[in-house]
Ligand binder design. Structure first.
Ligand SMILES: [Zn+2]
Ligand SMILES: [Zn+2]
Length: 411
């Protein structure tokens, strides 16, 4: 659950994933994905009013996020203020102080976050350095090294700060089986069950949120079937998923919901009330996708756990594990890391402390030259260590306005 307050130290005039309180004064908004804990204040009347009186304030997000957001009538007023951006295509955005007319330019690139449909990370590049806001993410080991926009040529970009999805940044969550491994386990369980007869059905006990679509499309392909859902409205704008879901109850895989669905299941009923045409009682198993984690030394990791006579939990994670986050951070070696989430059972202090070890060491820092008179000159020596983690070796002279240079964290 994100506790990010909305603003980054380097670019404090933009707000991300928070739209209330001091964020009401932002010059641009960014939404990483459509999960409620990242949308606080997004439908607030104060924000709505501010937009009506502004010429320049916009909300930036991916095309999919735009569609998902506007699909909900409560957010329909955003339509004229949303600017969807293509993935992996750097876009220059002007941050304008409408009172004084002062302008700051920043280049933003959306990177895939692997968390749910439309989810992205935002890379900001401007006068105050390169900053990466991850939103919520699930990246596998090695994914960062394959992201072109985190590199200049063959070198890793010099990242000043990362605002991190630290949900599982705790050694307890060392391993979380990969998406593919989890899917294989779930497929096997479903295959073994539904192949017994047409009266053997499966209920996927998924929460009402975006993120399970990966499961629906893969199971749909594997078993050449559609998944029963309560309604299609939330999938209307996702054509690549729409063909995998149905409101026809005569299917063997269900992900439908009912306010009392757990009770229904106890009574051997599907939440949708679906029955066999010939009256034969259905044989139902439930599978609840849940996050499972394993310590560093655990060798065998089962992704399916039987929790009752006909209920199972199956491993499924929207967030990166400890080892995946570590891989990501040690590849990028940012100067600062700010956690957006406090792992369960930990304090903000604990996670901050743990993250400190992943920040670039002072001894790795090359000389920075700070000129307060509007010119920020930065020179950087090539890191002589591992060839894969060399920083960009540019010597840049960048002109900033006085306002921009003020408070720069570059020393
Ligand atoms: Zn999320
Ligand atoms: Zn159903």
């Amino acid at each position: 659950m994100s506790s990010f307050a909305g603003r980054m130290k380097e670019y404090p005039t933009v707000s991300l994933d928070r739209f209330d309180r001091e964020n009401l004064h932002a010059q641009a908004y960014f939404l990483s994905h459509c999960h409620k804990d990242h949308m606080k204040g997004l439908k607030g009347p104060l924000l709505k009013r501010k937009l009506q009186f502004s010429r320049t304030v916009r909300l930036y997000c991916s095309f999919v996020t735009k569609e998902l957001l506007l699909n909900n009538p409560k957010y329909a007023f955003w339509e004229e203020y949303i600017v969807p951006l293509e993935l992996e295509s750097p876009t220059q955005i002007s941050l304008v102080d409408e009172a004084s007319g002062q302008k700051e330019e920043v280049v933003v690139t959306l990177l895939p976050a692997g968390h749910c449909p439309g989810s992205v990370m935002f890379l900001f590049e401007g006068c105050r350095g390169n900053v990466l806001y991850t939103g919520d993410f699930r990246l596998a080991v090695g994914d960062a090294s394959r992201m072109e926009h985190l590199h200049s040529g063959s070198r890793v970009k010099d990242i000043q700060s990362i605002y991190l999805d630290s949900t599982f940044y705790d050694p307890r969550f060392y391993q979380i089986p990969s998406r593919e491994v989890c899917l294989r386990g779930i497929s096997e369980l479903i295959g073994n069950w539904i192949s017994q007869s047409s009266h053997h059905v499966v209920w996927l006990n998924c929460k009402a949120a975006f993120g399970y679509e990966y499961l629906f499309t893969n199971l749909g392909d594997e078993f050449n079937t559609q998944i029963h859902v309560k309604n299609l409205a939330m999938f209307k704008k996702m054509p690549e998923i729409l063909s995998y879901v149905t409101t026809d109850r005569r299917t063997q895989i269900h992900a439908c919901r009912h306010p009392k669905d757990e009770e229904f299941f106890q009574g051997n009923r599907l939440p949708c009330g679906g029955t066999a045409a010939d009256g034969t009682p259905l044989r139902i198993i439930s599978i609840k996708p849940s996050t499972m984690w394993f310590g560093e030394r655990t060798k065998r990791t089962s992704v399916i756990i039987k929790t009752g006579g006909s209920s199972y939990r199956a491993c499924f994670s929207f967030h990166s594990s400890y080892s995946e986050i570590k891989d990501f951070l040690s590849y990028l070696q940012p100067v600062n890391i700010y956690p957006s989430v406090v792992p369960i059972g930990r304090s903000l202090q604990d996670v901050t402390q743990l993250l400190r070890t992943m920040c670039r060491k002072r001894s790795d820092e090359a000389a920075f030259v700070y000129k307060p008179l509007g010119v920020l000159k930065r020179s950087r020596l090539q890191r002589a260590s591992d060839g894969n983690t060399k920083r960009s070796t540019t010597t840049k002279t960048q002109t900033c306005t006085d306002r921009v240079t003020e408070g720069c964290s570059v020393k």
